[in-house]
Design a protein around this ligand. Structure first.
Ligand code: ADP
Length: 661
């Protein structure tokens, strides 16, 4: 309770300030004589300049005026703060009225614009007070939360915007939080809060489901905190409205600080009906947009100023909007599906989606189906492409086979005809010689030798053809014996020296081991060696050299046949092992051959579980390397026919032989 003495002093002080201001601002408002060119608006704000919501209303109001007014209309604005949060008693209101009466005495005021309930009440109370500055003035009000019912006489002068936001926010909370059975409404003790409280109590019947509404009302944050601590219940929600002061110092606390302090006490979701709390950590609420209301009011002000007669429409309802903070929605794990669709969302990242859980599931399902469809289409396209490539490859292969076949027929005809021609012509010549009686023994032997060689060539060809067919039909038998492979290879090399000597080719045999006993089919290894050696001799020019080298590494034996011959182009290296393949076609070929040899060699190596590798450089020579596993068989081949290596050499070398002998 204030003492009488303090009251008197404050009244005297205020009177002195009024006097000073009236002297200083004596020319602030035009006198009635200037009427017509200049219109004067007096704004009465219920609070102080630091209140954010009211400030946004005023900003909007100025914009609205600017947008609606004619260009030549000059508007002058005076602004007074009732500052109701600091003091709110009859004496103070009376003094405030007196101050304004003094200050604006004799000044022309065309419109009074009030912001919030307290200012509205002050002006309304003096509308018909002859001594008041507000006497029968046109009044535009906004931010009034109480239910307004204007008397007919009042309605002639007053018009404005009525806000009813509290109930909508509560129903929104009940819809979002199914578990909530109690809503704690945090209020301060100013007029606005009192009005809000009575409206909420009055509207209890229109809640969407039964709920306990609990008011925590104090101007001091400490008291609010204490009460919240007592109500530690998870099924509660909070509607924060008040602006609170520090208990001890009476100092105002920032709104974000208030939210933080409440959050430290409770995990209950916090909503608001006060726009200023948005972006300060509350989830949201049904709020009026201060700037929009202000702008609307500004335009209304121009309409009223233009009216010469009395006002007829008195109370307007401007709908608010559901406003939410995206960050808080996420923090409190709120189902976006329950948020009103027309809501304004703060802090939403550019590409974030605010979709209900069910819709999210639906979206994921649709996305999944789409993914499957797209993946399948891609897979289908790829496999079709692969098929096309495969088809193309098959076509190329078939073409290649066809060419091989044709080449083979041409080659075979050539290979068969050449020795046959030689045999036929030689026997013809011999026959003629016998008939003519000029036949010497030496001549006869020479001719018979020629017939033999060419018959061997034919025999080799037929043998190769038979063998390759056996390989293809899988009936090529392997007869393994544990033999010294070094010796087998060396014998073959020695047996072919004569043929290389004919071409003046140096043939060297070299070995790192004297003896390597392993399981081999001797005849086949001989065939393999003879084929490789006959090729080396065929494709090496005179004065070249051929080297056969054997070495061993662990359980493998390596046989390397290198020549300084014509070499094989890189792109042909893989193909030379194909049946009937020859690097040079028949028209350009210098050497005889059927293109079967290397194919047979590879088959022989393979049935010995070995591998063959070739390295070559055109013009420099080629190296064939055979790797065979070293192992022994328990049961060796029995009754092997002793083969005559010289006969085999004759046969295999018949290509070389026929040309050089
Ligand atoms: P051919 O009976 O024609 O010699 P092969 O199957 O033995 O058939 O050889 C296939 C082809 O590989 C030969 O026609 C030849 O072009 C090439 N070739 C084989 N060995 C050698 C080599 N040592 N040097 C150069 N070319 C070779």
């Amino acid at each position: 309770m204030r003492s009488r003495k303090t009251k008197v002093i404050s009244i005297l002080l205020i009177t002195f300030i009024i006097y000073l201001q009236s002297v200083l601002l004596i020319n602030a408002l035009p006198v009635e004589d200037d009427a017509g060119k200049k219109l004067n608006i007096l704004i009465i704000n219920s609070y102080d300049p630091k209140d954010e919501w009211e400030q946004t209303v005023m900003d909007g109001f100025y914009k609205g005026l600017d947008e609606a007014k004619d260009e030549d209309l000059n508007i002058s604005i005076e602004l007074e703060y009732l500052d109701i949060k600091k003091r709110n008693d009859d004496a103070y209101i009376k003094t405030f009225n007196e101050l304004l009466n003094q200050k604006y005495q004799g000044k022309k005021i065309d419109l009074v614009f009030t912001i919030d309930d307290a200012a509205f009440n002050v002006v309304r109370d003096n509308l018909f007070n002859e001594n008041s500055v507000f006497y029968k003035k046109k009044i535009l009000f906004t931010g009034v939360n109480q239910t307004i019912k204007l008397f007919n006489e009042e309605a002639k002068y007053m018009r404005g915007i009525n806000q009813t936001l509290g109930v909508r926010t509560s129903n929104m909370i009940l819809n979002i939080h199914e578990n909530v059975d109690t809503i704690n409404i945090l209020l301060d003790e100013y007029t606005y809060s009192n009005e809000l409280k009575s409206r909420i109590i009055a509207s209890k019947s229109i809640y969407s489901r039964p709920v306990k509404v609990n008011f925590i009302q104090s101007n001091k944050i400490g008291e609010v905190e204490e009460k919240l601590r007592e109500l530690n219940n998870p099924n509660q929600a909070i509607i924060l409205n008040g602006v609170f002061l520090e208990k001890e110092e009476g100092k105002k606390i920032s709104l974000s600080n208030i939210v933080d302090r409440i959050k430290k006490i409770t995990d209950n979701p916090i909503y608001t009906t006060n726009y200023s709390y948005m972006n300060k950590g509350v989830i949201g609420g049904y709020l009026s947009n201060g700037e929009e209301i202000g702008r609307y009011s500004g335009k209304e002000a121009i309409n009223i100023l233009k009216l010469s007669q009395n006002i007829d429409v008195s109370v307007i309802q401007i709908p608010g909007s559901y406003v939410f903070d995206y960050e808080e929605i996420t923090k409190y794990n709120i189902d976006p599906g329950k948020i009103p669709s027309e809501s304004i969302i703060f802090n939403k990242p550019k590409f974030a989606l605010l979709i209900a859980d069910e819709d999210k599931k639906m979206l994921i399902a649709v996305g999944f189906v789409l993914l499957v469809v797209v993946s399948y289409s891609i897979y289908d396209a790829i496999s079709k492409k692969k098929m096309a490539i495969k088809d193309k490859k098959l076509y190329e292969l078939a073409k290649e086979r066809e060419k091989l076949k044709t080449d083979f027929i041409v080659n075979m005809s050539h290979e068969l005809r050449t020795p046959l021609n030689v045999i036929l012509s030689t026997s013809k010549v011999t026959e003629m010689s016998i008939k003519n009686g000029n036949l010497s023994e030496e001549y006869l032997l020479q001719k018979l030798e020629q017939i033999n060689k060419n018959s061997n060539r034919l025999l080799k060809l037929v043998n190769n053809l038979i063998d390759i067919t056996k390989f293809e039909s899988g009936i090529y038998e392997i007869k393994l014996e544990n033999l010294n492979i070094v010796e087998v290879v060396e014998d073959v090399v020695l047996a072919t020296v004569d043929y290389s000597t004919c071409k003046n080719i140096e043939l060297i045999f070299d070995t790192a081991e004297e003896e390597i006993i392993t399981a081999i089919d001797k005849d086949k290894i001989e065939r393999m060696m003879l084929n490789l050696l006959s090729n080396a001799i065929k494709y090496t020019n005179e004065n070249g050299s051929i080297r056969v080298y054997i070495y061993r590494e662990k359980d493998r034996v390596y046989i390397r046949i290198s020549d300084t011959g014509i070499g094989i182009p890189k792109d042909k290296l893989e193909e030379i092992f194909n049946r009937f393949y020859q690097v040079e076609d028949i028209m350009n070929r210098n050497e005889e051959g059927s293109g079967i040899g290397l194919c047979l060699v590879e088959e022989i190596v393979t049935i010995h579980d070995g591998v063959i590798d070739v390295k070559s450089q055109v013009g420099k020579g080629s190296t064939f390397e055979i790797t065979l596993p070293i192992y022994k068989v328990l049961i060796e081949r029995e009754n092997r026919q002793i083969s005559d290596i010289n006969q085999a050499v004759k046969l295999e070398m018949s290509d070389v032989d026929s040309k050089y002998n």
